[in-house]
Design a protein around this ligand. Sequence first.
Ligand code: NAD
Length: 460
Amino acid sequence: MSTSHVTSTSPQAPNDVIAEAGALDPRAVAGLAARAREAQREWRATGAAGRCAALAGAARDLRDRRQEAVELIIREVGKPRGEAMGEVDRGIAILEYYAQAAFASTGDLLPASLGWLLYTERRPHGLAGLITPWNFPIAIPLWKSAPALVCGNAVLLKPSPDALGTAQFLEGLIARHVPDGLFAVAPGEAETGEAVVAESDVVSFTGSVAVGAHVTAQATGRGVPVQAEMGGQNAAIVLPDADPERTAAMIAGAAMGYAGQKCTATRRVIVVGENDAFVDALIERTGALAPGDPYADGVAVGPVISQAARDRVLEAVRRAEAGGGRTLTGGAAVDRDGWFVQPTLVDRVDPSDPIMQEETFGPLAAVCRAESLDAAIQIANGVRFGLVTSIHGRDLDQLLRAAAAVDTGMVKVNGPTAGVDFYAPFGGEKASSFGPREQGTAALGFYTSTHTISLAPHAG
Ligand code: NAD
């Protein structure tokens, strides 16, 4: 084990240390991987009923420990209570959903051109290396590890250091239902992550574009299947016939909820035509989302994850203002302990401005105007990301035209960009994603490889 340490602290109380561990060096990761492979042999031989029971048991335990998990998420990553409860409930649902997937078909029967049988069988890859960010510390590790496990794989989870405590909580929850060593957490940073990729037979990553590009290059270089879910620079297109109040409330929530720290948060608001009623309502709704104690009921915006994250938001605002942007609301840090920053809207920014082009992972959105729907679509598509777009209005022709023309992996019509059903395929286009989709049945395909078998009689 190396001498470097990872430490997780609370963003609302930076002196509060939640978890600490030595960062695992490549030798230590290789040791965990060897144990996991050993356990995987037993796990693979465990029947569908046994795998279902294990995941269902973990779901039951998470339900029993729901309150503890909620408090831990609030403390470790500053997620406001309402969203933390939603995330734990989603985690329970994911475990229950994939528990049942133990009984799903594991292949197809095809017409045999020769002999008796031609069939396919989906088999586990072996060891799944999962690398995760801090912003959904229960949901993301579970939406990767539950399908990986139910398909018969072992799991090595390399969580973000900022969510180490929640990852260790999950390890305790799952480990008691599966063979020893089958599910292991590898604390550490880049070196540990690279060692996990080096040991794994299948890799799933969620995080930033820069790290995702590195992970996919390393995994494809080794010839192992890899998927990466990365950033977004998501647009909300507001058509002239959208209800101003309702739409403004939805977009303010999607942009600023959990201090904008979701890959699916709205970062750009593209208003078709001059629509002062909507922009005024958006300013009011955003201003009303005052940052507060994430433990308190009714608070939607807590702190950002770190001092560096707070400084990035303030720096992006200053840059946009220097380029001619006008701050409509917010734009400053909040004078209290912890990394709080005001929800901020910047208007009149050029589509080429960095605030429009690059993800600032915080409570910050840019507003810009488009003369027509076509111009709005061009702006929406004019970024290197392609995760999700929302479109707001009433005219079905316009809505369908926009839904077909935006180039993101997900489209929400009259819904917020943030928030996706856990059983639907999840993923983006362009720089936002690499490889197959996550979630739902798509995940069962990713964590297995398909073998084709034909069978003919020995004679006659
Ligand atoms: P990050 O890219 O900094 O870190 C992600 C993970 O990669 C962490 O566990 C980190 O320790 C690890 N890592 C760092 N360097 C590595 C390397 N060289 N090799 C292997 N692993 C390495 O991201 P973050 O700050 O934790 O999370 C925020 C980012 O995640 C945002 O960009 C956000 O958009 C994105 N995100 C995307 C989705 C999605 O599904 N598209 C969901 C949530 C978050």
